[in-house]
Design a protein around this ligand. Structure first.
Ligand SMILES: Nc1ncnc2c1ncn2[C@@H]1O[C@H](COP(=O)(O)OP(=O)(O)OP(=O)(O)O)[C@@H](O)[C@H]1O
Length: 212
């Protein structure tokens, strides 16, 4: 799905050769500041490389319309965006952005259950806890049925048990539909449990690894 060669972004990231495969889980693992979020932003065309090759579906990513690209390659950033309004509004907003058909309350209730969220669809979203907001954001992304999900520490605010249940569902559901996942985590256990490929950011970022 993505091919990266000799990529350079400012003094932050240098990647010689990385391939991110369709339908697989690729995990970016590494110390704080190693460029994990920067790589996700490159894959979503929020920023562009200074040098090198970044292909999406075998075409330079710069040739894609950014809005259309972001409907296919959906990013969930570290601090989940929660808007004023109800839980329902917040779940459906991704579908609106993608200009996709809305879904029934039953489907929304089912996904809340899978996310282990005991909240009603009419509850106010900005009153939710940090971990609840993360799960709403994750559910919103899942509902979009995009081709790829770029998820940046999506469960960092959850307790271990809830994190495992939510991630089990997210990964199983996505894999069953051949979605591509690129995720950032600081948890070695999460990385090992779910990944088809783990990119050690110290190693792909050669400049940093040489200086270590
Ligand atoms: N636009 C920018 N201009 C200059 N420096 C930046 C920019 N964006 C990020 N950086 C720096 O690049 C480095 C990598 O940032 P990034 O957010 O990608 O790291 P990370 O691996 O995701 O870190 P964390 O695990 O702490 O979230 C950091 O030192 C950060 O301060």
């Amino acid at each position: 799905m993505f091919i990266i060669k000799s990529l350079n972004y400012k003094d932050i990231l240098q990647i010689r050769n990385v391939e991110i495969h369709t339908g697989k889980v690729t995990t970016l693992f590494g110390e704080s500041g190693s460029g994990k979020s920067t790589l996700l932003k490159l894959l979503n065309r929020l920023i562009s490389p200074d040098q090198g090759t970044l292909l999406y579906e075998n075409k330079p990513i710069g040739e894609f319309d950014p809005v259309l690209l972001r409907r296919e390659v959906v990013m969930l950033s570290q601090a989940p965006a929660i808007f004023e309004g109800s839980v329902r509004d917040n779940l459906l907003i991704g579908l609106k952005f993608s200009e996709k058909e809305s879904v029934t309350d039953n489907k929304l209730l089912k996904i809340l259950k899978e996310m282990k969220l005991k909240k009603g669809l009419d509850d106010e979203a900005d009153k939710l806890s940090g971990g609840e907001k993360q799960r709403i954001a994750l559910a919103r992304v899942l509902l979009m049925e995009a081709k790829a999900y770029l998820i940046d520490e999506p469960t960092s605010a959850l307790d271990e048990d809830t994190e495992k249940r939510v991630m089990d569902y997210f990964i199983e559901h996505s894999k069953a539909k051949s979605k591509t996942i690129v995720m950032v985590t600081h948890s070695r256990e999460i990385a090992q449990r779910y990944s088809d490929q783990i990119l050690d950011m110290k190693n792909i970022n050669q400049k940093r690894s040489l200086s270590v």
